[in-house]
Ligand binder design. Structure first.
Ligand SMILES: [Zn+2]
Length: 371
């Protein structure tokens, strides 16, 4: 009897250990760091270790025009496929569709046809590689990589010490969850005349690339900083801007996702791989993860972990969201009233802009309802 008890307790102990190990593996991203460590140990240089097709899980993707019947059907589509735009009059959605999603469309009775021109223009991760000496994203000579953007921000801070301050405001998901072997700091370049300290300054915060594949946004934010600094003392209006305001530029609000864009993936979310969805559809939509009115908008965010609109499992669950929110709380006084529609007080100071592309739309707060 005693032997039986001992066996049972051993088995129970091992099961418990297994469960704990399982959850630990779920929590941390071991695969990439382990691979990097092994390659480091083997002396393989970083440039030669990149297999361009290693992460080519987008093979067989097409851009398709999908017919839908009503708003309910369109909402279902939004959850299941990566819709780029909607032609409402024709009741057609243009979307990126994987082979598995094509099967799903057929099963669910959504008629679709391939858009050959857009499909042919899709980046191929096998050939879409940043060259070792290149500062730009392949095929987009004017758009800087994460590395080049951060290097240029550091250079600006060095060149213009009286007009800038470079802040590390937090870490990306990879940096926290991969034991620092990958990932990035989130950086804010603050532009103002550092001598004019006795003025109550206006505050403007601009962030780019919360959705990494929206390429233009990082470049617009960085070029804006470069223009303000190079024209200080030359253009009277731009000089006034920096004398009487503080302009905070965060060109890469989601640097991890951007590194997948640099490898040819149309990445929209962050890189959190612990929510139960496989590469390349995992991650949290940082633009649906904010703590204020989280999960309040009607159908504009999703609980489906594979959806491009996945809001995360709780408000501000992601490190990138928490970094930006903490920074905004630091910059702006919270002057909101009790009700959502209370007017801002007379002395409200500050503007926050999150840049996206390519909707040609301007959304005002609060965007959780259409009224
Ligand atoms: Zn966006």
């Amino acid at each position: 009897m005693r032997a039986l008890v001992r066996v049972v307790s051993w088995v129970a102990g091992l099961c418990l250990l297994g469960v704990l190990l399982f959850f630990a593996l779920q929590q941390y991203n071991f695969v990439e760091p382990a691979r990097e460590l092994l390659l480091d140990a083997a002396g393989v240089s970083p440039s030669s270790r990149v297999d361009p097709c290693l992460q080519n899980d987008s093979a067989g993707d097409i851009v398709a025009s999908i017919d839908y019947t009503d708003a309910h059907a369109l909402n279902i589509l939004f959850d299941q496929v990566d819709i780029w735009h909607v032609e409402a009059e024709q009741q057609t959605a243009v979307a990126l569709v994987s082979p598995a999603q094509q099967q799903w469309l057929t099963q669910e009775g959504f008629p679709f046809s391939q858009n050959t021109e857009l499909t042919d223009a899709l980046p191929d991760p096998c050939t879409f590689q940043v060259q070792a000496d290149s500062r730009s994203i392949p095929g987009y000579a004017c758009y800087r990589t994460v590395e080049a953007t951060h290097a240029d921000m550091a250079t600006l801070a060095e060149q213009y010490p009286d007009l800038t301050q470079l802040n590390d405001i937090g870490n990306s998901w990879y940096k926290i969850r991969s034991f620092g072997l990958a990932g990035s700091d989130i950086q804010a370049l603050v532009l103002t005349n550092n001598q004019t300290t006795d003025i109550e300054k206006g505050e403007l915060v601009v962030i780019g690339a919360q959705h990494p594949r929206e390429l233009a946004t990082t470049e617009i934010a960085t070029l804006f900083a470069e223009m303000l600094l190079s024209q200080y003392g030359v253009d009277p209006d731009l000089t006034w801007l920096l004398d009487y305001n503080r302009i905070h530029i965060i060109p890469l609000a989601n640097p991890d996702g951007r590194t997948w864009v640099e490898k040819g993936h149309l990445w929209r979310k962050n890189t959190n791989s612990t929510n139960g969805c496989d590469f390349p559809r995992h991650g949290v939509d940082l633009n649906r993860n904010g703590s204020f009115l989280w999960n309040h908008c009607n159908g504009c965010s999703s609980s489906d972990v594979c959806s491009n609109f996945y809001r995360g499992d709780e408000p501000a669950s992601e490190p990138e969201t928490r970094a930006i929110e903490a920074y905004l709380r630091d910059v702006f006084a919270d002057q909101r009233g009790e009700g959502y529609n209370d007017p801002a007080p007379e002395d409200t100071n500050g503007v926050f802009i999150s840049l996206h592309s390519y909707g040609r739309l301007l959304f005002y707060p609060w965007e959780h309802s259409s009224v």
